[in-house]
Each structure stands twice: as C-alpha cells, then as structure tokens.
Design a protein around this ligand. Sequence first.
Ligand code: ARG
Length: 463
Amino acid sequence: MARFRKDPDPRFWRLNRSLPFDWQLAIYDIDQSRAHARGLAEIGVLDAGELEKMVAGLDRVESRMAEHGFAFDDADEDIHMAIERLLGEEIGPLAGKLHTGRSRNDQVATDVAMVVQAHSLRAIELCGAAMERLLALAETHRDWPMPGYTHLQRAQPVYLGHHLLAYYWMLARDVLRFQFALDSASVMPLGSGALAGVNWEIDRDSVAADLGFAHVSHNSIDGASNRDFVLDYLAAASACAMHLSRLGSEIVIWSSSEFGFCELDESFSSGSSIMPQKVNPDSAELLRAKSPRVAASYATLLGVMHALPLTYGKDMQEDKEPLFDAIDTVEACLDATAGMLEGIGFDRERMEEASGDEMLAATEVADLLVRRGVPFREAHGIVGDLVRDAVEHGKSLSELTPVELKQRSELLDESYYEVLQRSSWLESKRIAGGTGSAPLAAQIEAARETLSAVQARVREERS
Ligand code: ARG
C-alpha cells in the first residue's frame, strides 16, 4: 500500500490473507466489476472505448481463472486485489481506473450479498426437491399405520404419510427462511464507498438493476457495515440442518433391526470393514451430525459482529468461512436427503404390528368415558387404573372382563371393546391437521399447492 515502507511481516500476512477462501467470490467480484465499470461509463469517468476494453479485460480474467484455476500471487492480499492485478496484466494502467468511486468495503459487502442471494435460491430449490420426495412418499404411504412416539415411547398410532409430512412442513418453513435471507441480500451496498458514500454520482439504481439487486441501501454507514443478510442465511441454514438431523436420526433408529421399519438403498449406506452382514445408515447418521457445525457457523458470525463499532472492521473478513462452510454443508445435506428418500423402503408389516399395541388406544378409552360425561382428568385416572390392572394380570386391555371394567367405572360397557378395535384409533382423528384419512387428504392437497408455489418461485427467479 502506498504509504508503507515496510513489507508485511509474514506472521501478520498469514493472519490477514483471505485468498485461501475468498477466491470463491471471484465470479461475483468480476460480475460486480463489469457492472461498476458500466456505471462509471454512464457518468463519463470511462469513455466508451475504455469501457469496452475494461469489460473485455474482465472477461479474459474470468476465462483465465476458469481455465487455469486460481493461480494467485503470494503478494495478493485478497481476491479483490488479485483480480485488479490480473486485470492490469490484461489491459495495463487502465485497470487502475476501475476502483474509482468504490472501496473494498462496499465491494466485498456486495460480493457477499450476491453469494447469499445465489445460494438462498439454491437452498430453496433443494428444499423443494426434498419436499417433492417427502410428498410422493406420503402419498404412497398415506394409509400405512405406524406408532407415533413421544419420549421415543409408543404413544398413539398415526399414518406413515402423516409422519413424513411433518418433515415436509419443516422444510416448507425453511423455504420461507431462505426467502427472507434472499430478500435481505437483495439490497445493494455498492455506492456506500468506505463508509460515507463516494464523490461520484454513479446511478446506483441502474447498477443494482444490472446486478439483479431489487433495492439499494439507504445509508452508506449501514451499507458498509451490514452483514445481517449473512446472518439471515446462516439462521435459515441452521434451522434447515437441524430439521434434517431429526429426519436422519429417525431413519437411523427406524432402520435398526430392533425397529425394522425402513431400509435405505445400498447406494446411501455403507458396509462394515469387519462384519460382512452389516448395512449401516451412514447417510442418515451424517445428516444427524452435520447440523451442529452449521449452527456453529451462525454462532461464529454473531460473535464476530457482536459489539463491532461501525463501520467496517477487518473482523468482518471472518464472515466468509462460516458462510461458505454452511453453504457447502446444508446444500450437501439437502441433496443427500432427496437422494436418500428416493430409495428408502418401508416395512408395512413391522410398522403395522408395532402400531397394533393396544396400549396405544388408552386415550380412546378415556375419550369414551368423556363422551359419557366423565371429566377428562378423571377418565385419564380410570384408564390409568385399567392399564395397571391389565399389566398386573398379564392381560391386554381387551382381555379385561366386564366385571373388572365395572370395578373401575359403571360407565364401561360393550363399547369399551369396540373402541379397542384398532381401525378406529386412526380414523377417530378427524380434526383438521389430524392423522385421519380425511384431514390427511386435505393436508396432501395443501402440500401439493405449497410445493407448486415453491417450484414456481424458483422458475421465476431463474428465468
Ligand atoms: N478482504 C476484505 C474482507 O473480506 C476486503 C475488504 C477490505 N477492506 C479494508 N478496508 N481493508 O473483508
């Protein structure tokens, strides 16, 4: 840098240099530079010939990088300096005009906002693909009974389709979160300069339109210091990865011999190096284990930004590694989820057998008493006693005799045995959002509509 007489100490350089990770900004930085050059030409800072030369030079830098990879100089501090140097090799001193009316502070904020926009959209697309698989599975398994759990203890039977759709709605909310991140990254910081704005009246709206930003920032101080859009992406990615970890965890449990509810396709499993019989659900285990590192990225950047005085501080260079890592992780997890769900197989008999446990009908018996005027709390107590009687005498609930029933409540008659017919336990959940076939059909319809809206949104953004 101009006023310096000494070279940076290598110990400082190692800490300071961001090229090992910010090379990933290159395509965005070059795009941004072409738009900035057009903005400069609009106000006469570059003449038509200079603009043409500069854009052609940037194009060549881009193709050089694409062809030969990112071969940078040890002296390059970051991707922005590297690209300016490479541009100089292409077009000579004219390259020095590109940084007119721009600071690396608004430049880097703009690059990172472009990354967040691109990858929020990609996340929405990948969520849509996973939702599509879940919906297809829910439709084909809409009438397969299985036990629903609380505390991982059998609680009440549900249809497998209903259970799978629970994950569908989690991802649908993730789509909304990624959409929020996309919108918050659609405000262009470029033009904020170092912090106060710049001395050139570049038409920011026109540069924004050129780069696909919906708005320009209102305040240059905020523009140079804002990384909320990165935090918004990381928050969305953390929630999404957490949802996938719960799905992964259930698949691990369900695919154990003890449960035997499902089996992953071999292409998403691995074998044991010592035990030939084993098929391990590694993909599901990794979904479970990847989630904390995404949340850690979120926590890292919140920590970096915490109490940071306005505007830019070099601290903010530390936004990139957590962001890039979260992007790689959540995209890999979403992609693997869709693939894993393509080949998953469920065991109807095992699930049905497990859901046939009569104890799962305890709430149904309580509700029978409630229909006969017993307050629910009291009914809960009576059924609790019946369950204890049954367990103590080594009987199932339906094996209790009419005499034994009458000892607990005068109101328990033949209907008690009807309620214990298992087909009624699921279909009794007729309330909207319940597992019964009718509300489940309505839910599937709503899920179809939501999915079409997500897919239409992606198509619209991509067109
Ligand atoms: N590499 C820097 C970053 O990622 C670019 C901005 C540098 N700005 C500065 N004033 N030193 O944040």
